[in-house]
Design a protein around this ligand. Structure first.
Ligand SMILES: [Fe+2]
Ligand SMILES: [Fe+2]
Length: 285
């Protein structure tokens, strides 16, 4: 295996794993405030799935010769990145719908493509992840649909959540192809099967149709069907905002890392107990 290929995969898979785990935080914020038992069960199941995704992905990264400990240290020290989207706050219950529908929706677009990537352990993990992501997206959409058909206040709350999550979701596909220098190499290695702009367009085309069913709008005055291209046209993304969040200046960057560090420190006794238990069991065999 070429060293550069191995390094690229470690970076990509670990970033992905970190995103799954940090991604649990904005939604975890609403578990205790879910409006019904049914909603709470669905949200809990969804967030637990994300923990599972993190585990498959850390395991996939470990097959490339890096330890779980090293991967975790890179996250906690701030050296490793995770998806910028999780540095935005979840302000209302409707955000649970917008996150499921838009954020998990964008994640699916990326991950379906990764099911065919050239590195087997990553590709195979993605197959199961994608099945779970479709449930995440559906529960988000259904939540928004319920709010849309509710009181005018509930409808407005759902629209506000969509307005806030739309552009950050669009940024999840990464920079435009012309500004994405590593993309070409990853395409040659078949880690990446479609370009950022191709996947973003697919996402816009899907969401622009689904939003009609929700009876809501997307916060983009330039969004319109282009008969000639057979795709929706859309407005320009504010890359300054993207770069600021990436640099650590998003609304919740510090809070998210602090929460992960706290969980790591407070979980020390669990790791010690598990190790002691494993050692004891080995002795008794
Ligand atoms: Fe996930
Ligand atoms: Fe998900």
């Amino acid at each position: 295996m070429p060293e550069a290929y191995r390094k690229t995969l470690i970076r990509q898979i670990s970033q992905h794993a970190h995103s799954e785990v940090v991604g649990m935080l904005p939604e975890g914020n609403w578990i205790t405030r879910a409006p019904s038992l049914r909603r709470k069960v669905a949200l809990l199941a969804k967030i637990q799935d994300e923990a599972g995704h993190g585990l498959y992905l850390y395991s996939a990264a470990e097959t490339l010769g890096i330890s779980r400990e090293e991967l975790y240290n890179e996250l906690l020290s701030g050296k490793a990145k995770y998806s910028s989207i999780f540095n935005y706050p979840t302000l209302t219950w409707a955000d649970m719908g917008a996150v499921g529908w838009l954020v998990d929706g964008a994640a699916i677009m990326n991950q379906v493509a990764l099911c065919k990537c050239s590195y087997g352990p990553y590709a195979r993990a993605m197959v199961r992840v994608c099945k779970e992501e479709s449930f995440h997206q559906r529960q988000g959409f259904e939540l928004l649909l319920t709010l849309s058909k509710g009181t005018p206040e509930q409808h407005a709350m759902a629209q506000d959540a969509i307005n806030r999550w739309w552009w950050p979701s669009m940024m999840m596909f990464g920079p435009n192809d012309s500004d994405s220098p590593h993309s070409a190499q990853s395409m040659r290695w078949k880690i990446k099967r479609y370009s950022n702009d191709t996947l973003r367009q697919k996402f816009v085309d899907m969401i622009a149709e689904q939003i009609k069913v929700l009876n809501m709008t997307l916060p983009d005055p330039d969004l319109r069907w282009n008969e000639e291209r057979g795709h929706y046209d859309f407005g320009t993304i504010d890359w300054t905002e993207f770069n600021e969040v990436l640099k650590g200046n998003g609304p919740c960057n510090r809070e998210r890392l602090a929460a992960r560090r706290k969980a790591w420190e407070e979980g020390a006794w669990v790791r010690e107990a598990a190790m002691a238990h494993a050692a004891k069991r080995q002795q008794s065999f």
